[in-house]
Every structure is written in structure tokens, then in C-alpha cells.
Design a protein around this ligand. Sequence first.
Ligand code: HEC
Ligand code: HEC
Length: 192
Amino acid sequence: MRHASLGILSAAILLASSAQAADNAAVKEKAEVCAGCHGDNGISQTENIPSLAGQLDQYIQWQLVFFRAGARKNEQMQPIVEQLSNEDIRNLGAYFAALTPFKGGKDDNPDLSEKGKQAAAGRRCASCHGDTFAGTKAVARIAGQREEYLVKALHDYKSGQRSGGAQAAMADVAYPLSDEEITALAHYLAHL
Ligand code: HEC
Ligand code: HEC
């Protein structure tokens, strides 16, 4: 009796781990497609395409759902999300969140960063994005993100092109930002 149940138990464990391995292979295959634009290891080398490495699991999942529902519009992402099941979305969120986070390069304009730092303090960006701007849950990691993408994202919220989740918190935040502030904020955040 004891042996029989142990046998069943180990068979169950084997099944669980092989299913997980298959999952991993499937998610890696999907992630190869993403790498074509979002870069190897989730670090983008391409203008206006955000890095995904270390981005938050929940945030990634929500954005994929928003793209799929047409609530967030982007010509390049549209055909991609049409191919994704809910399970793919869960797996891809976990996959990219587990990669080593993107990090900013050397700061070539510390004066602009200082302005951005002041703007971030004045606008209380850290109250939602966290003291290190690493984000939490559905609030994006923004530290070290590509500078020109951050500028684009803030302009998209400001113009209403992108409304975003969490009661459209970012639309309210971005609306009063001047172009000068956006430039400085993006420079500061991109170099953290
Ligand atoms: C053909 C290029 C392309 C491919 C392939 C692609 N993406 Fe994207 N992705 C983009 C672009 C461009 C954006 C920025 C959209 C915008 O400006 O609003 C984006 C944005 C995103 C975002 C939002 C990130 C953020 O910081 O808000 C997520 C999440 C994402 N992509 C996930 C994926 C995943 C997962 C895959 C693979 C299944 C994938 N993408 C494949 C071009 C691509
Ligand atoms: C009230 C909470 C809140 C505050 C304050 C806030 N944010 Fe956000 N931010 C969010 C949420 C929630 C999201 C995700 C929105 C979405 O789904 O598009 C976000 C998304 C972003 C994004 C998009 C990231 C990406 O990868 O596309 C940027 C950039 C950003 N915030 C910058 C800022 C800056 C700069 C400030 C200060 C001027 C700020 N945020 C203040 C809640 C906040």
C-alpha cells in the first residue's frame, strides 16, 4: 500500500515537472518573437520600443490585455497580441518579469537629470512608482527605461492617445506636464 501510493505520488510529481518544462519551452518560443523588437533578454536596442526585462508581471499582463482589447493602440503590437491566449499572457508576464531589469546608461547631461529629479519630486511620481521608480503591481517600472520611449509614453497620456489602467491615473498626472518637464523627467528616469 505504502509503496503504491508513493509510486502515484512520484508519477504526479514527474507529470507536474514535465508539464512545466513544456510550458517553459512554449513561452521561450513565444518570447523569441518578442525579442525581434524588444531585444535579447528583454533589453530593447530600438527607438520607441520599450525594454521589458524586469518589468512588473502584472503591468505586462495588463498592457497585453489592453492591446488585445484595443484600449491601447499600436500597429506593431496589434498583430502580436491577436495570437496570444490568456495563458500565454500569464506566462509572458512571468517570463519577462524574471529577467534582470533594464538599467540606465551613463548620464551625459546631469543638469537635465537634476531638473527631472525636481520635477519628479514636485509631481510626486514616486508616490505611485516607488522611491526607486521600480514600480509595483500594475504601476510600471520606469527607472532605466529608454529615454525617447518615456517621452513618447508621457506625450501619449497627455494627448489622451493612451488612457491606461488604474482609473487613468497617468492621464491626470501627464495632462499638466509641460514639454520641458517631460524632457527632463524622461532624461532623469532613463539614467537611474
Ligand atoms: C514588431 C515589433 C514588436 C514585436 C514583435 C513585439 N512588440 Fe511589444 N511593443 C512594440 C512597440 C512598438 C511597443 C510600444 C507601443 C507604444 O508606444 O505604445 C510595444 C509595447 C509592448 C508592451 C508595453 C510595455 C510598456 O512599457 O508599456 C508590452 C508589455 C509588450 N510590447 C510585450 C510584447 C510581447 C510579450 C511580445 C511577444 C509576444 C511583443 N511585445 C512583441 C513592438 C513589438
Ligand atoms: C497616482 C499614481 C501615479 C502617479 C502619481 C504617477 N504614475 Fe506613472 N503610472 C501609473 C500607472 C497606474 C501606470 C500604468 C498605466 C497604464 O496602464 O498605462 C503608470 C505608467 C507610467 C508610464 C508608462 C510606462 C511604460 O512603460 O509605458 C510612465 C512613463 C509614467 N507612468 C511616468 C510617470 C511620471 C514621470 C510621473 C510623475 C510626473 C508619474 N508617472 C506619476 C501611476 C502613477
